[in-house]
Each structure stands twice: as structure tokens, then as C-alpha cells.
Ligand binder design. Sequence first.
Ligand SMILES: Cc1cc2nc3c(=O)[nH]c(=O)nc-3n(C[C@H](O)[C@H](O)[C@H](O)COP(=O)(O)OP(=O)(O)OC[C@H]3O[C@@H](n4cnc5c(N)ncnc54)[C@H](O)[C@@H]3O)c2cc1C
Length: 472
Amino acid sequence: MADSTGPTLFWHRRDLRITDNAGLLEAATLDDVLPVFCLDDELLQYAGAPRVAFMLEAVRDLQTRYRERGTDLLVLHGDPDIEIPAAADRFDVASVVWNDDYSGIAQERDEAVEDALQWADVDVTRVHDAVLHEPGTIRTSAGDPYSVFSYYWKKWADREKADAHESPDPDAFYALDSSAVPGLDDLGVSDPDASIPTGTRDAALDRLDRFLESAVFDYADCRDVPAEACTSRLSQDLKFGLLGVREVYEGTERAMAQADDEEARESVQEFRRQLAWREFYAQVLAFNPEAVSENFKSYSNPIEWKRDESALTAWKQGETGYPIVDAGMRQLRQEGYMHNRVRMIVASFLTKDLMIDWREGYRWFRERLVDHDTANDVGGWQWAASTGTDAQPYFRIFNPMTQGERYDPDAEYIRTYIDELTDADADMIHDWPELAPSERQRVAPEYPDPIVDHAERRERAISMFKRARGDD
Ligand SMILES: Cc1cc2nc3c(=O)[nH]c(=O)nc-3n(C[C@H](O)[C@H](O)[C@H](O)COP(=O)(O)OP(=O)(O)OC[C@H]3O[C@@H](n4cnc5c(N)ncnc54)[C@H](O)[C@@H]3O)c2cc1C
């Protein structure tokens, strides 16, 4: 270790909390801790205003908590491989600690920072924190990482889970004077113009508590019904680490103990299964970093995706004339969020009905989602596009009309986001693409006609995949 008198630097990334933070606790065992956050322009360039606004609020909240402990969060802005070593030098730091992030882009960044620090004779400690089971710790009997979720889930569910970590002692911190968190203006980011969740630790704990009080017990039944809004809404908190995953899991243990009957217990278990999906995709991307831009599953021939700018624009704007698709895309615009069932429907519509490359959809989600998480987003898109690991088979194509009818029977979710259909009855809404043009004109003159014919596109998409497979 270098001969230094300074504090240990703890680099916060997607772990914007003090409690249940494995790396922070580890840093506190080494020396007084100087916490730091770095606004990384490379990541900011892909994030739309809703996600940046949420993140800045979370960073500001974290700073307030540190100030209550007599220190401050040092906020840097620039390339981490320059800024973190510069801060280490400025404060005469012997050791830098951070929690591992498993995506390829994060791994590359971390290696660059680690190289620069080691060159400056500063020790680096990387700690496992973001998931309950680190990528690589759950493997097949042949020793390979899993690519099929159901087998992974069985092992994941059976494994012992770590307890949530305490916060470090209040006197574990290095005294530092104010450092400012930039505002949206300073970063050249416009107002988000979307109603996004509050990005504070208290708000995240509140979301967790409310979910565990009741919705979790009906989760299995109602998680697919977008109008019910009965899922946890914790995705942005898990993405930015306002909550530790161990804290969330402990919450499920309390809920399990309180569950009245088998159905309620199954619901809690179903929620845990979603946490396992998050960890499954984290390990898929950790072992296959190229899946961020390449098909996970290889086909014999290239998939002949269509280039269709006007269809892509209609999809982004929620103007396809398929109500459940448009409601989802408008929810995304208005809230920086979309219900999971609807994410699956809009992703299927883009890749199968419009036959547009999943990467276009991924890029739009990456820009608009507050909860954008590379592993989950790539996983979700490649699943829908039939190019992913354990993906939807190419011939099983969602019918957006029957999906709407099944999961939003009263069209309540659709009407929440599509003003033009407020007065239309549910049957008309679900049948919209198949109504006669004169009927559509009569029912909702402002709402668009369908931009494609689902039945025809279904056939064409299947042929496209058969050609890619080489079996046409
Ligand atoms: C095309 C597509 C893109 C997606 N992009 C993202 C993304 O960028 N970020 C993201 O967090 N989720 C993504 N998902 C997964 C899922 O839609 C969201 O996690 C979920 O809708 C968030 O709402 P919630 O917190 O109420 O979920 P809940 O149902 O309450 O689930 C609890 C948590 O489990 C995790 N989770 C749930 N479903 C999944 C899943 N299918 N895959 C991986 N993790 C899951 C999330 O962390 C979520 O917060 C995507 C799904 C699809 C189909």
C-alpha cells in the first residue's frame, strides 16, 4: 500500500445509499471514508432528461445524508479514469473502493480507472454488492453460466442469501466541506417534462414498505394487469441503488412470514422470481458483453430487419393505431416508465409487426426509461426479438389486439394514456385496427388508423425469421 495520510475514497456509482452498501462498509474498515460520485459524460450522453433528473435528485439526497454525518459527497464531473485518480492525488488517498458493476461498458471503465490508480500506487478494492448472487456463482453442473432462466431460478431460489449490511459508524467519515451537485441546466439537459418518481432514499423505502404491506400478496395474479399498477415500482431504486437488494429480499422474508395462505406465499415467491430475472440478465451480460449490441442467439443468415423511419417514429410517438402499443409508448413519454407486460407488447410490435431491429427500440428505451439498466433492457429486448438467451420463439408473435383484451379488458390503462379514446367503449378500442375506416372516423376521429395489418405482418415476420434460420 502507498505511504499516505489521506482517507479511503469510496466511489458511489449505482449504489446511491449508505445503508446495506457492502463496499462502503468495507471502505470504513480501512480508514476514514471520503465518499465521491462522478458524473460521467459518456453515460450521460445516452440518458434522457427523466433519468438524469432522477439521478441528480438521488445524488443530492445522498449528499444531504452525508452532510448530516459531518462529511460531504465529493461530486466530480468528467472521465472517471481522470477524475478519480486526480481526487485520490488531491486528498493523498491510499485506497479506493467501489462496488462492482457487471456490464461490459462498466467493466471497461473500471479497468481504466483501476489501471490509472495502480499506476499512481493507489490500492483498489472492488466489492460485490449489486446482486444477491454474483455472476459466475450459480453455474450449470458442467460449470457454465446459465442461459436458461428456469434452471437458474431453481438454484437461485435455494441458495442462502446474505443479510442486509448496517451503515458504517457515523464517525467513519472524513470531514469535507461542501461540494455542489450540478443542476440539469449545468449539464445542458432540458426539463424532463415527465412525472417521474421522487429520487430519495425515503421515497424508495416508502415504495418498498407500501408494496410489502399489501400488493406483494396479490402480485402473482395482478402483475400482468397494467391498469392495476400493483407491481413494486422499485426498478429505478434498484437500478440506482437507492435500495440495497439484500434489504429488498429481507422485506420479502418478512412478507413471507406474514402471508395468510399459500396463494399469498406464492405471490411473494413470484416477486422474488423477478429479482432473480434481474440477476439472471446481469450474469448473461457479464459473460456475454457483446450482447449489448449483437444478437445473443446466432442465426445462419442475417435477419432482414426493415428500415422504416416513419413506422419507427409512429411507434415512438404512440401513433401506430394499435391502442395497447400506443398507450405504453405514451406512458413511457409521460412517466419515463412502462408496465412490464406492455414493454413486452411494444417490443414485440416493433420487432415483429414493424420488423424493425431491436437495437432501435433498445436505444429509445435507453433514452426514455428512468429505470434503464443495460442488462435488463438488452435482456428484455432480445427476449422479445427472439434473438436472446431463453427468448420468445420467433413464431410465437403477440397479437396486440388480443393482448389488450386479455390484460386490459376494460381498456382502463389504454384510456389513461390515450385521450382520443376516452369516450370509446372497450370493445371498439380492442378491435380498433379491424374496424371499418368509417367506423373509426365515427368513434374517435383524432386517433390514428393502424399503420400495418397485424395478420399480414405476422406472416412476413415468420418468413423473415425462417430465412434467417436458413429453412425457407
Ligand atoms: C423490452 C423490455 C425492456 C426492459 N427494460 C428494463 C430496464 O431497462 N430496466 C429494468 O429494470 N427492467 C427492464 N425490463 C424489465 C421489467 O419490465 C421492469 O423491471 C419492470 O417493469 C419494472 O417495474 P417494477 O419495478 O414495478 O417491477 P416488479 O414487477 O415489481 O419487479 C421487481 C423488480 O424485479 C426486476 N425485474 C422485474 N421484471 C424483470 C425482468 N423481466 N427482467 C429483469 N428484471 C426484472 C426489476 O428490478 C424490478 O424492479 C424490461 C422488460 C422488457 C420486456
